[in-house]
Design a protein around this ligand. Structure first.
Ligand code: FPP
Length: 247
């Protein structure tokens, strides 16, 4: 266990865009899917570090709603890898008191994968050490639209009035529900500096951290560097530095 980052300045919730698997593989003359396989090792290492540090939520962007546009072979491979990893790792997550949540439009996935997701979520639902959220067929715009649809239905059925719709109602209707806090730190590996339709609603005040490190190379040390960088940020939430130093 590493103590280089003080617990008090740790993020409660870290979200990661895991980018660079394909390039990692290409640099080694390997097919892209080898990069995704290597990426699973980095997922394990990130989960372990969050557990060790006491970070409460880790959200990983595994498959975006735009990833369907990739070659069919790669899409199938990503879905298979997701299914296999769920199968292989759920028991270990459970032993480590980790709760698994899948966020995204999973209705589009094959029935077998949907069942596996449901089983893993049910199995781990009472765990409390860490919430691991996997964003699969996820898009930030999709999440906002489905939340709006949900609230509209509530109004139609008389459970809510239009005047009652506020930011809190909206937040609760997103895939995070009422319990998951917004991410404090959003990391993107692989050199690009964009959000790519990830947690659009929830990242309003997230600290952004971009690194050139490709996801399969994002080891504990790289994660530590991101946490150290975060610990030096001043989060003002609209206030001035002076106000913060007085409080
Ligand atoms: C982006 O790299 C990565 C993905 C689209 C998939 C991420 C998936 C995993 C790490 C494995 C599965 C995860 C879980 C949680 C089971 P890219 O292919 O866009 O890389 P490139 O930009 O170098 O082409």
């Amino acid at each position: 266990m590493t103590d280089s980052v003080e617990k008090t300045v740790l993020p409660q919730h870290v979200a990661i865009v895991m980018d660079g698997n394909g390039r990692w593989a290409e640099q080694r003359g390997q097919p892209r899917h080898q990069g995704h396989r290597a990426g699973v090792d980095s997922v394990r290492s990130a989960v372990d570090l969050c557990g060790e540090k006491g970070i409460k939520v880790l959200t990983l962007f595994a498959f975006s709603s735009e990833n369907w546009r990739r070659p069919r072979v790669e899409v199938n491979l990503l879905l298979d890898l997701f299914a296999i990893t769920l199968q292989r790792e759920t028991e270990k997550l459970h032993e480590n008191n980790i709760r698994l949540r899948i966020i995204g439009n999973i209705a589009a996935f094959p029935e077998k994968l949907r069942q596996r997701i449901h089983k893993a979520e049910q199995h781990t639902r009472h765990n409390t050490a860490l919430i691991l959220q996997i964003a699969a067929n996820y898009g930030g715009r999709w999440d906002i639209a489905q939340a709006a649809r949900h609230l509209a239905t509530q109004c139609q059925t008389g459970h809510l009035t239009v005047d009652q719709i506020d930011e809190q109602q909206m937040a609760q209707a997103t895939s995070f529900g009422a319990d998951i806090p917004d991410p404090d730190l959003l990391i993107r590996t692989g050199g690009e500096q964009r959000i790519s339709n990830f947690l659009l609603w929830h990242s309003a005040y997230a600290e952004l951290y971009f690194t050139d490190t490709l996801w399969p190379d994002f080891d504990e040390q790289a994660f530590e560097s991101a946490l150290t960088d975060y610990s030096r940020r001043q989060r003002r939430f609209g206030k001035t530095s002076e106000q913060l130093s007085c409080s």
